[in-house]
Design a protein around this ligand. Structure first.
Ligand code: SF4
Ligand code: SF4
Length: 96
């Protein structure tokens, strides 16, 4: 389970509100090559980044219970972004 950034997030032109060490308890939100993404191996599903993101681009890949029903926030069109989060995190880890 994990949260993902569902649009490639151009932090320099959008915002940097979820970045840094203060919000994410496991420092799972990373940046590289000009966009933000979440490392699914570090994310512990606390939801803090989703609540904070002013552009609504952070979602859980698991269904969430809201207004009396379960709803999947990540849709088919977000699939490439889900893969991008995972691949970008792996690439950044390999660089370290
Ligand atoms: S859901 Fe919580 S642990 Fe996961 S990336 Fe967001 S702030 Fe970090
Ligand atoms: S808070 Fe949202 S828009 Fe801002 S950098 Fe994070 S994911 Fe991108």
């Amino acid at each position: 389970m994990a949260y993902v950034i569902t649009d490639p997030c151009l932090v320099k032109t959008i915002c940097e509100q979820c970045l840094g060490t203060e919000l994410c308890p496991t420092e799972a939100i990373l940046t590289d090559l000009g966009f933000a993404f979440i490392d699914p191996e570090l994310c512990i599903d606390c939801g803090a980044c989703e609540a904070l993101c002013p552009h609504g681009v952070v979602h859980s890949i698991e269904p969430v219970y809201s207004q009396g029903r379960w709803k999947l926030m990540v849709t088919k069109k977000d699939k490439p972004a889900v893969e991008l989060n995972r691949a970008a995190a792996e690439a950044l880890r390999a660089k370290a």
